[in-house]
Design a protein around this ligand. Structure first.
Ligand code: 1PR
Length: 521
């Protein structure tokens, strides 16, 4: 069961009592704590805490005491010290050696986020509770569920799973402390842009700066994508939609390669009502049968008219359909831009009715990602020429040489520009209750030229929620660069994986070799 419900209360809702089986209050992570991430100076700790961390019985580095030697050789409900588990939470049960939990006879496996040590899993008698999500923690989590179902609170070191493997030894080597991540691993997300192709099939595609059609030299000849199964395009002089594979097949492949999360974006959702979009629900259902890491679904999360009934369906109801089909998070794009514009038009007042607010309040902020599609707009100089926040870029406009840019929000696959900066957007949606930002960059998308570091830094400067860097990854070095040079909480790869140039494992192998902590299972 969920660990937090066992306690007597929480800062999250002081008036709502917990079950009170354990005496004690849950605390909120301190987001003002600083980390030295990314070589870019100090920064706040992201809250909510989203990512992969340990659940370890090993004595805490800061503690003098710990479990006795015998216990450290055993596995507590299949947990292993070298493995990583998926956590997503803003509140935690503080742990210190000899704390109330231990006085009450609970065995505690701990995790540490920055300087805050907390209970990752606890057990006593036939009660076992975890702060992490075992069902979303890959193979490691499945072992925990199996041990629980078999009633194996303790397994000794002789069983197959506890024999060190090459993989576990490598993983232990990779676990050299990295202060910049506050204890989390470097999170790699595979992103699948999904749409219907010209034949009506739901496929994974990938654009160059959001143009997903094949480039043609003549009106009906395909020239750019070796993986496309089609070669002519009588109705589309611009070329057919690039077909890079089937969504469920690719998601399973990336899970097997150790992707930490999978994101599906329905990139043409604005053309149809979400309720008619049943194939995306089916994709989620099928994927969640075999993929045990968090799944995000984006595209069309907004209130809409159901063409079947003529009734208005709220964004919350649309999101419910996706959660019921296996999604852990929904990603909101266009609707977030509109909501932010209205928020500023109201004088920075919340309405309580936006998709972000309603879904976040029903499911928690960690379930709401806001996907942003900014593009660079060059201006002559700093603030004097635009009301939006500008920065001096290392990559000036090649045609005019202008060095100052601001990042403008777009919707409709980059086709519609809004008079709203990316900074204004993320500030507004964080206030509304978004839990994470998926930060695309139209100028970098599909270019294989690396992430837009300037954009990531600009956004990390203004929000405390986690930021996922997206767009531009072409080589494993690009992931290293974005983690080293910015405080990105996670990074996305799309084309790099779909084209088969590198696997997720290749990227993690590179990061591990460079001293960055990654999950490997
Ligand atoms: O507006 O809530 O219905 O959501 C629509 C969603 O579809 C948004 O999240 C928007 O970002 C996305 N989208 C719309 N059009 C496109 C397009 O490509 N034509 N894709 C699109 C956005 C960006 C990432 C991509 C990275 C990495 N794609 O998904 O994975 O840029 O690519 P790379 O590593 O190959 O460079 P709504």
């Amino acid at each position: 069961m969920g660990l937090q419900a066992l306690f007597s209360g929480s800062e999250e809702a002081p008036d709502v009592p917990g079950l009170g089986i354990i005496e004690g209050q849950l605390k909120r992570f301190d987001e003002t704590q600083t980390s030295t991430a990314g070589g870019s100076g100090k920064g706040r700790k992201s809250v909510p805490c989203i990512g992969w961390n340990s659940a370890s019985l090993l004595p805490n580095q800061d503690s003098a005491s710990g479990p006795d030697e015998d216990e450290t050789r055993k596995s507590f409900y299949g947990l292993e010290d070298w493995r990583k588990y998926y956590y997503v939470h803003s509140y935690f049960a503080p742990y210190s050696p000899g704390c109330e939990l231990e006085r009450q006879g609970w065995t505690v496996a701990t995790a540490k986020y920055g300087d805050e040590t907390y209970a990752g899993a606890i057990g006593k008698g036939n009660v076992f509770a975890t702060q992490f999500h075992p069902e979303k923690s890959g193979e490691a989590g499945l072992r925990v569920i199996e041990a629980f179902l078999e009633g194996k609170m303790w397994t000794d070191g002789t069983i197959r799973d506890l024999i060190p493997t090459t993989e576990s030894i490598q993983a232990q080597q990779d676990m050299r402390p990295e202060s910049s991540t506050n204890g989390l691993t470097r999170r790699i997300i595979a992103c699948l842009d999904v749409r219907t192709n010209d034949d009506g099939d739901l496929i994974v595609t990938k654009g160059d700066q959001y143009d997903v059609r094949e480039k043609t030299t003549r009106s009906n000849t395909t020239t750019t994508s070796p993986s496309s199964s089609s070669s002519t395009t009588p109705n589309h002089p611009a070329g057919r939609v690039r077909n890079l594979g089937k969504p469920v097949t690719l998601a399973s492949k990336y899970y097997a390669q150790s992707a930490d999360e999978i994101t599906f974006l329905n990139i043409t959702s604005f053309r149809s009502c979400p309720l008619t979009d049943l194939p995306m629900l089916e994709i989620l259902r099928q994927t969640s049968l075999t993929v045990f890491v968090p799944l995000t679904i984006g595209g069309g999360i907004r209130s809409a008219i159901d063409p079947a009934t003529g009734a208005t369906v709220s964004a919350l109801d649309v999101a419910k359909l996706y959660f019921a089909s296996g999604a852990d998070k929904v990603s909101i794009g266009s609707d977030a831009v509109i909501a932010a514009e209205e928020y500023y038009a109201r004088g920075e007042k919340l309405s309580g009715e936006t998709a972000i607010e309603t879904i976040s309040s029903a499911y928690g902020c960690q379930a709401v990602v806001v996907s942003v599609d900014p593009k660079r707009v060059f201006v002559d100089g700093p603030a004097s020429t635009t009301a939006h926040p500008t920065l001096r870029t290392q990559h000036p406009d090649p045609s005019t040489g202008r060095e100052w840019v601001w990042y403008q929000c777009t919707t409709h696959g980059g086709r519609k520009s809004h008079p709203l900066s990316v900074q204004a957007l993320v500030l507004a949606v964080e206030r509304m209750g978004a839990g994470e930002i998926l930060l695309n960059a139209i100028d970098r998308d599909g270019t294989n030229s690396g992430f837009d570091l300037e954009l990531v830094r600009a956004v990390k400067e203004v929000v405390a929620i986690p930021v996922i860097a997206s767009s531009g990854a072409g080589r494993p070095e690009h992931f290293e660069e974005v983690f080293r040079e910015t405080r990105a909480d996670a990074a996305v790869g799309a084309g790099i994986f779909h084209r088969g140039e590198y696997t997720v494992g290749d990227v993690k192998g590179w990061l591990g070799a460079k001293g960055m902590v990654v999950r490997r299972d």
